[in-house]
Design a protein around this ligand. Structure first.
Ligand code: PLP
Length: 393
């Protein structure tokens, strides 16, 4: 079965892990600092704080802005549930904004419509690997004094141009940007995450980074290695934190993968360009729109199976599996999950674009190492299936 995504591990990645296993520190060691500083340099942020997963990165970011009961955070309807769950962990309320039909990125007009006096932050999701419209989101955040957070779990390696035409990497486009290193993501550490910090004010960046580091270590001010080098045993737990640390084993793998990021990104972009050539423009199988003001990291390659043109996504999904092609669907609108249906007045949530897109979207196999032949087989199978369905309709 051809998967929709998978990791690429080479001899240098394996050696990096073996080296750390033979070192003194398996966790809270020097690899954590090295991964954080190289990651931060790569994404041009002020600082970066490693966490145990993308989900814990999002939770730490929500904790860092002091939200609580009664506060609202705007998130897109179409995302992995962890984006909204992180808001729930802090007892605040996720408010779902609709997405744009051509890109499935959060719709800034709907964000503006859903801002209330209780709104504290926007979490924009760089769906599939394409940065959201950060210029408009930044203007809204400034106007209403909101924190702008990027769920950048898909977009490591992507860029967006600023007003001056400069390409800004994902990780420096929002106040905080959260990344995941799960095996299907742009780089992997097995499990792992990162919060890249880039508030416009360096002082806020520094205090927020310190707070994130404390939160991932039980709310304790110092970590084990800091106390060891200072010759101290005493520590103070001043807040309720979690054990959200990333191990040195994971950081070594992440660091090694980071050296390969540019190659991974260009392979993903080449695969996406190839797919685009193989589908008819505005045809029954339509790829999402490419970015117009930057580059795309192509964590996912998403097509719409257009119902209006007689194509049925569910049938296509089943038939692809029979052809050993493991397509996938990203994502069911979060409020349609039973946990949210049980707690929210879902009928009053208006995200018609997301609801409709969910019936049509399909993520095709894309990952470093997929061959041109495999891409052609996926596209020709899909085109053939859609022609069959249309002929039968
Ligand atoms: C993967 C992902 C997460 C969660 O990351 P984990 O590392 O699996 O916890 C959050 N948001 C989005 C959009 C993701 O794709």
């Amino acid at each position: 079965m051809l998967p929709y995504g998978k990791q690429s591990i080479d001899a240098s990645d394996i050696q990096a892990v073996v080296d750390v296993l033979q070192s003194d520190w398996l966790t809270t060691g020097p690899m954590v600092d090295r991964f954080e500083s190289e990651f931060s340099a790569t994404v041009q942020s002020y600082d970066a704080v490693a966490t145990s997963s993308g989900t814990s990165a999002l939770h730490a970011a929500m904790n860092a802005i002091d939200i609580g009961p009664g506060d609202e955070v705007i998130v897109p309807a179409i995302t992995f549930c962890a984006t909204a769950n992180a808001v729930m962990y802090e007892q605040a309320t996720p408010v779902f904004a609709d997405v744009l039909p051509d890109s499935l990125l959060i719709d800034p007009d709907d964000v503006a419509a859903k801002i209330t006096p209780r709104t504290r932050a926007i979490v924009a999701v760089d769906y599939a690997g394409q940065p959201c419209d950060y210029r408009r989101l930044r203007a809204l955040a400034n106007e209403f004094d909101l924190t702008l957070v990027a769920d950048a779990c898909h977009s490591l390696g992507a860029t967006q141009r600023d007003e001056t035409g400069q390409a800004v990497p994902s990780g420096a486009l929002a106040d905080m940007s959260c990344f995941s290193f799960h095996p299907v993501k742009p780089i992997t550490s097995g499990e792992g995450g990162m919060v890249a910090v880039k508030f416009s004010d360096p002082q806020t960046s520094a205090t927020t980074a310190a707070r994130l580091r404390k939160f991932r270590n039980h709310g304790i001010e110092t970590d084990h290695r800091q106390r060891q080098s200072a010759g101290q045993f005493e520590y103070d737990m001043s807040e309720l934190g979690f054990n959200y640390r990333m191990t040195d084993i994971q950081c070594a793998l992440g660091l090694s993968q980071l050296q390969r990021l540019a190659d991974f990104t260009s392979q993903r972009q080449a695969t996406a360009n190839h797919y685009r050539e193989l589908f008819e423009e505005n045809g029954p199988i339509s790829p999402l729109a490419p970015p117009h003001d930057g580059t795309h990291a192509y964590h996912l390659f998403v097509v719409r199976c257009r119902r209006q043109l007689g194509v049925n996504r569910d049938q296509i999904f089943d038939s692809l599996r029979q052809a050993y092609i493991g397509a996938n669907v990203h994502y069911r609108p979060v409020y349609q999950h039973s946990y949210y249906r049980d707690r929210f007045d879902v009928d009053s949530i208006r995200c018609p674009v997301a609801d409709r897109a969910y019936q049509e979207i399909l993520s095709l196999p894309i990952y470093p190492g997929i061959t041109e032949f495999q891409v052609e087989r996926v596209a020709s199978t899909l085109n053939h299936l859609s022609q069959q369905q249309r002929a039968a309709a």
